[in-house]
Design a protein around this ligand. Structure first.
Ligand SMILES: [Zn+2]
Length: 258
């Protein structure tokens, strides 16, 4: 009797260890700063293998700015400028990403026909504290989904506003998939994108990118409210150490990301 109880406790302890990520719940782990990316610090410094120990859900980019990242259910997808979706090796590095161990706090069925700005209004009603972070997941069918991606860059790296002038825009129609991203407080300016930063991956994993606009046919939103924020910055030899991050680049964020 005693032995079986001990075995049960032991098994439970092992199971809870396996289930643990390296971060506490409700923690967004964030690589680099958006201003460093705007200034062209595109060299990856964290492997995807390491990144996914901090979460199973998130967005970002890749070494040399080679496409848009979607991390969904622990799997990394890379939407390159050719419009195709790749599954990069765990040794590939990223210079910028935001991830979380997604655990929904709020679920809401969305009205038919809504667009990006209506979604923002609905989520503001459901998750009204604008001073904490929200991970946002919307699975549904979209009549329109306008996304973009950017091609890998060569040194000397141009600033992001130069790169996005040549961004490739995809006009997806009648596509089922998942919106993956975050709503960040206004005070995150300089570090991340204030407000919404959303990426998309189709259910067949054949299309996606950084979302510019969309129109939802039907879908459900899940929100994970997050009150912890962990930054991991590049160390040692990296452009990050040379950039002047005292400059206000708010206008450039709007140009490059919105
Ligand atoms: Zn993006």
């Amino acid at each position: 009797m005693k032995k079986s109880l001990l075995n049960l406790i032991f098994a439970f302890a092992i199971l809870s260890l396996i289930g643990c990520s390296t971060t506490q719940k409700n923690t967004i782990t964030h690589l680099s700063t958006i201003d460093a990316i705007l200034a062209g610090a595109y060299d990856g410094y964290v492997t995807l293998g390491d990144l996914t120990t901090y979460g199973d859900f998130g967005i970002g980019t890749f070494d040399r700015l080679d496409g848009e990242m979607i991390l969904l259910d622990g799997k990394v997808f890379q939407v390159k400028a050719d419009g195709k979706v790749y599954t990069p090796a765990s040794t590939v590095k990223t210079p910028y990403a935001s991830v979380v161990q997604f655990k929904k706090d709020i679920t809401t069925k969305l009205p038919k026909g809504i667009d990006y700005s209506t979604l923002k209004n609905i989520l503001a009603g459901k998750a009204s504290n604008m001073n904490v972070f929200c991970a946002v997941k919307v699975n549904g069918r979209f009549t329109k989904m306008k996304t973009r991606s950017v091609p890998a860059q060569r040194k000397p790296y141009p600033p992001l506003t130069e790169v996005t002038k040549d961004q490739v825009v995809f006009h997806l129609k009648n596509v089922s998939g998942t919106i993956v991203g975050f709503r960040s407080p206004a005070y995150v300016k300089g570090i991340g994108v204030p407000g919404y930063h959303l990426h998309f991956i189709s259910d067949d994993f054949r299309s996606g990118g950084h979302i510019l606009e969309f129109e939802l046919e039907e879908g459900t939103a899940e929100i994970d409210i997050c009150n912890r924020f962990l930054m991991i910055l590049p160390e040692g030899v990296h452009d990050f150490s040379q950039i002047d991050l005292s400059i206000d680049r708010s206008e450039d964020v709007d140009k490059a990301e919105k």
